[in-house]
Design a protein around this ligand. Structure first.
Ligand code: C2E
Ligand code: CA
Ligand code: CA
Length: 686
């Protein structure tokens, strides 16, 4: 009678385990959770263990417990018992740690479980000194105690892990699973007690059928809990996905800032509220200066990181009810919903500008950005969202044209300003044919010999109404309109012609340095043009030096690089102008066919007073040395600066200290003195 109750218990449990295993397997196929796979294995192992144990009991009942089959079944039962525990714990661990059990480790532990299980099946041989294990003696007791004890411990541990995997209030499902795991563990421990009691008293317990029901119920709750849990998780991830989709629709993916749509929505609300209260609001349009350059020279990932830092800075700087938006690229807008006075708006813009100016470190590299900001105010500059945004944009463009890093308010005068630019452009178109352009020349002096080595040409426009204009006020316009191409050709030809005169007047080695726009280089016939001008004016290519600003140089593509190399092969010298203001990468610099670097005058200006600028100048010189380039310092205005540069082995210098750019006639006088000095030096030597 004892045996058959045991058999029925085991069979009930086996069916329950099989059922749960099937449920887990089904869900695993649908949800692909790693823990479900482990638990499927665990419950199938449990089913196998229980079924084998039941068959062993039947064999014992029929009185043949000594055969090989009986023993083999014992081994399988023991192994399955351990595997069940190992897999249960794998699943629970994966749930808590949110990581998969490493494959190699999993294999080791499963292997260990198999070996240990098989070894434990040998227990009866040890205990019984050869006697047969009939399931009622000490070996059976030890076996039950180990198996149920381990099971109890494993389920309790799994319960703790499951309950800790989610917050208590996260849902009913995981609580149900956790609690039923715990109860099941307790039931297993209880079986240890029963086994002890049976062994000590020789009586069986009378409430086994109740335990069978409890067992079945617990298995049922585990399965039910798991179903609820998965449904809850599914619902939660659907809700999360919906929130995320909504966020994506209204936010910029890179920076997480609101996008144009959300900005316009909020602007509409703010306009309505300002209208009711009779207040003002401000719309800022911000564009980073030279961002394209950073993107092109340092790569898009650096550009992206920079945009993220800039966004964070603005977000932390502004108040919570201000909206910062990335419209796209390096364009941002800010909505300040309440502005008392115009000065408040400019103060906000100034704060943003200053915050952006602080160095930004990305991948160990320090970057400096500045921004041009345009501001429009409601109701002065527009009474709907579109107009305000458009006018802030216009104001930003004006800021850009005024030399970047500036703030501009939109004002009705803006239209007058646009008109002015147009007029200037029309005039510039006629400047060349009208003979209004002039070249000024500024000497470049060799540090060692103190002799004039080259004359750099700078362009001037004698505007009929505005007087003598410097290039800053029209070169950018000439570049955007393409006028720089014919103008540049004229500059090159005039400079070479002038150089020829000076060379013939006694300075045969004097060079001409000519500023070049990248637009000129992009012309397909630029190289032949240079050869033609050299032939026409009769100067040698070695005495022509072309200056390309660092930012232009770093933007050059394969085509322009090819042309520069061709020019260099012809013997023309190439100089990188305004060095230190762009973002040269060492690798790009190494590939660039330059002969010399010109340290930008902004560093030279503070070389004696600002240790940072001194360090930059020193670094540029060292860099040039390592790349076998010559160094020219421009903008030298004081003796101290010159001495510093001489001490640091700068090759050439240029600046007001020697002389300002002057017309050719004025330079001719200076150069004839130069000829005389050289002759007298020659006389002394001779
Ligand atoms: P750049 O090539 O760097 O030219 C040097 C500028 O620095 C000149 O200004 C010159 O007057 C100024 N400078 C020279 N020495 C000193 C000094 O000691 N102190 C100070 N504070 N400034 C000094 P400029 O003539 O106004 O030229 C401005 C820029 O316009 C030039 O910078 C160059 O990039 C561009 N540019 C001039 N001529 C041409 C041209 O023919 N073609 C092109 N594409 N660009 C030109
Ligand atoms: Ca130059
Ligand atoms: Ca320069």
């Amino acid at each position: 009678m004892i045996m058959s109750s045991n058999v029925s218990t085991l069979l009930v449990q086996a069916i329950g385990a099989l059922f749960i295993g099937a449920v887990f397997a089904h869900f695993q196929r649908a949800f692909h959770h790693g823990y479900l796979r482990h638990w499927t294995h665990s419950w199938f192992a449990a089913a196998a263990m229980l079924a084998m144990a039941a068959i062993r009991n039947i064999i014992r009942e029929t009185g043949e417990p000594a055969g090989v089959v009986y023993f083999a079944l014992g081994v399988v039962t023991a192994v399955a018992a351990l595997l069940r525990i190992v897999w249960l714990l794998f699943g629970a661990w994966e749930l808590t740690a949110d990581r998969t059990v490493p494959r190699a480790r999993a294999r080791q532990l499963v292997g260990a479980a198999i070996v240990l299980g098989a070894a434990s099946a040998l227990l009866p041989l040890l205990f019984g000194q050869g006697t047969v294990d009939d399931g009622s003696g000490a070996p059976a007791l030890v076996r039950t105690m180990i198996r149920a004890g381990l099971g109890g411990f494993a389920f309790a541990a799994a319960a703790v892990l499951v309950l800790r995997a989610r917050p208590w209030h996260a849902g009913l499902g995981h609580r149900l699973v956790g609690i039923s795991f715990f109860a099941y563990g307790a039931e297993q421990v209880h079986y240890v007690g029963i086994a002890l009691w049976t062994w000590a008293t020789g009586h069986t317990i009378g409430y086994q059928p109740l335990l069978n029901i409890l067992d079945f119920l617990l298995q049922f709750f585990m399965a039910l809990g798991m179903v609820i849990w998965l449904l809850e998780d599914e619902r939660r991830s659907a809700v999360d996905a919906a929130t995320q989709i909504e966020h994506l629709a209204y936010h910029d993916a890179l920076t997480g800032l609101p996008n144009r749509q959300l900005f316009l929505d909020r602007l509409d609300v703010a306009i309505a509220s300002a209208h009711r209260s009779g207040g003002q609001l401000g719309v800022f349009f911000l564009d980073l200066d030279r961002f394209k350059l950073i993107n092109d020279s340092l790569g898009h990932s650096v550009g992206d990181k920079l945009l993220q830092v800039v966004s964070r800075r603005m977000r932390t700087l502004l108040r919570d009810d201000d909206t910062v938006t990335r419209l796209g690229g390096d364009e941002f807008t800010i909505l300040v919903p309440t502005v008392e006075h115009v000065d408040d708006a400019t103060a906000v813009a100034r704060r943003v500008r200053e915050a952006l100016k602080l160095p930004i470190v990305i991948d160990g590299r320090e970057l400096f950005v500045s921004a041009s900001i345009g501001i429009s105010l409601y109701p002065n500059d527009g009474d709907d969202a579109d107009t305000l945004l458009r006018n802030a944009d216009t104001a930003m463009y004006r800021a850009k044209n005024q030399g970047r890093d500036t703030i501009q308010l939109y004002a009705p005068a803006m239209n007058a300003r646009a008109l002015e630019q147009l007029t200037l452009e029309n005039r510039l178109r006629r400047a060349l044919p009208n003979g209004e352009l002039e070249l000024f020349y500024q000497p470049i002096v060799a540090m060692q010999t103190r002799r004039v080595a080259a004359m750099e040409t700078v362009l001037r426009w004698r505007h009929p109404e505005l007087g003598l204009l410097s290039p800053d006020s029209f070169i950018a316009l000439a570049e955007t309109t393409g006028l720089i191409v014919p103008i540049g050709e004229w500059v090159l030809r005039t400079a070479c012609r002038q150089l020829r005169q000076w060379q013939e007047a006694g300075l045969p080695e004097l060079r001409a340095a000519v500023n070049l726009s990248v637009r000129q280089l992009q012309q397909p016939d630029f190289v032949p043009l240079v050869s033609e001008i050299l032939a026409e004016t009769g100067i040698t290519s070695e005495t022509l030096e072309l200056e390309l600003t660092e930012s232009m140089a770093m933007q050059s593509d394969g085509d322009t690089l090819g042309k520069l190399r061709e020019l260099k092969r012809l013997g023309v010298r190439i100089s990188i102008d305004d060095f230190g203001t762009g973002y040269s990468s060492l690798s790009a610099l190494r590939l660039f066919p330059a002969d010399s670097l010109k340290i930008d005058r902004s560093f030279v200006g503070d070389i004696v007073t600002d240790p940072d600028d001194a360090a930059i100048a020193e670094a540029v010189i060292a860099l040039a040395r390592s790349l076998k380039l010559q160094v020219i310092a421009e903008g030298v205005e004081t003796r101290e600066q010159l001495e510093f540069l001489r001490d640091h082995q700068c090759d050439y210098w240029q600046g007001y200290l020697f002389c300002q750019p002057r017309p050719a006639s004025a330079c001719s006088a200076m150069l004839s003195r130069e000829v005389m000095v050289r002759q007298s030096l020659g006389l002394i030597r001779g």
